[in-house]
Ligand binder design. Structure first.
Ligand SMILES: NC(=O)c1ccc[n+]([C@@H]2O[C@H](COP(=O)([O-])OP(=O)(O)OC[C@H]3O[C@@H](n4cnc5c(N)ncnc54)[C@H](OP(=O)(O)O)[C@@H]3O)[C@@H](O)[C@H]2O)c1
Length: 328
């Protein structure tokens, strides 16, 4: 089978596709013929050995998957060969076949295609957990989404809107702001403009913003905190800007506001029941058709470098997907 096989930590541009033998499965696992895999910021870090934890070499990257069950281990119940499944694993989905623990698979709802299913498996679950359990977003509250045209940003816009919030998307260009609006933001702010805080103030008045979703960090994240409403919740999701801001402690004090960390990887370890609740919510929204994940680009396997570079170049709009059923 064709796979991205990382034998040394390297930039994605220095990694070649490999031909590997089909993997064996254990009794609690399934062999899934992968059709689509999500390409995330984290995957780009993992292949270079720059993620918080280093994976033992060699490994196949890719955590979000959607595909068809080809074989089932003896202990697996509730699934049949040929079913379409989606989900999230630590690694391994950027290959034509992946070994998936049965507990990590969900059935793909009717009408949801493989790319949308792969796109839904991580960002949408993470953001659902963040907005509901941590941010406790209520109907009518204002949610500001930074990095609004990216994978996390689009998910946050759609999900905050589903929760009945008034959503302001913020991004670094007029074109990205237009994309955020298409994703469902009622208002947009362009933080590429020097007067972006004035634009935000004009939209939120003296009250400020109830909840901020921040996947970028840096100066924009820090300045955004200054626009929190009394009792606001600031959700720290990531640092795509490459900078971890240092928050002066007087700001949360003055606003009665809370800074809350969101980490999907730790959620799995420390509160799997909350993760399961978020997965169930996302699956219900997919099933009812209320949620249609935004796919920003689909790349055949042979063009995997372009897919990764789309994230590096700050160019991604929505979720980037690698198609393993299209060898290019
Ligand atoms: N905590 C968690 O559980 C979790 C889960 C998933 C992802 N994350 C993290 O969240 C962050 C965003 O992930 P994503 O999937 O949304 O990524 P993405 O699709 O690439 O979007 C990132 C956004 O960040 C903005 N950005 C600002 N400075 C940037 C820079 N120097 N390089 C690239 N982008 C920059 C870009 O928008 P503008 O140009 O408009 O600023 C871009 O749209 C990453 O740090 C990722 O590791 C965390």
């Amino acid at each position: 089978m064709r796979a991205i096989h990382v034998t040394e930590f390297r930039n994605i541009n220095d990694i070649a596709l490999s031909d590997l033998p089909e993997p064996a499965i254990g009794p609690d696992q399934a062999l899934v013929r992968v059709h689509a895999a999500g390409v995330g910021f984290v995957d780009g870090l993992k292949v270079q050995g720059l993620y918080q934890t280093r994976d033992p070499l060699p490994f196949i990257p890719g955590s979000e998957f959607a595909g068809v069950i080809e074989r089932l281990g003896d202990n697996v119940q509730g699934f049949t060969v040929g079913e379409r499944v989606m989900g999230l694993v630590w690694n391994g989905s950027m290959a034509e076949k992946a070994v998936i623990p049965a507990r990590s698979m969900e059935r793909i709802p009717e009408g949801v295609d493989f790319s949308a299913a792969a796109a839904a498996s991580a960002n949408y679950v993470t953001v659902t957990y963040a907005l509901t359990e941590l941010g406790k977003v209520r109907k009518g509250e204002t949610v500001l989404v930074l990095g609004a045209s990216g994978g996390i940003g689009c998910a946050a816009i759609q999900l905050a809107a589903l929760l009945g919030a008034r959503v302001i998307g913020a991004a670094s260009s007029a074109e990205k702001c237009a994309f955020a609006r298409e994703a469902g933001a009622q208002e947009v702010v362009n933080y590429g403009d020097p007067d972006w805080r004035e634009q935000l103030k004009a939209l939120t008045g003296k009250r400020g913003v109830d909840v901020i979703v921040d996947p970028i960090g840096g100066e924009i994240g820090l300045l955004a905190f200054r626009h929190m409403a009394w009792g606001g919740r600031f959700l720290v999701v990531g640092f795509a800007s490459g900078q971890i801001p240092a928050l002066p402690f007087n700001l949360p004090l003055l606003k009665g506001a809370t800074l809350i960390g969101v980490d999907a990887a730790q959620l799995r370890l420390h509160a799997p029941e909350l993760r399961a609740k978020a997965v169930a919510q996302v699956m219900a929204w997919l099933q009812s058709g209320a949620l249609r994940p935004i796919v920003g680009g689909e790349y055949p396997l042979a063009r995997f470098k372009e897919a990764f570079n789309a994230l590096d170049g700050r160019a991604a709009r929505g979720k980037i997907i690698l198609r393993l059923d299209d060898l290019g």
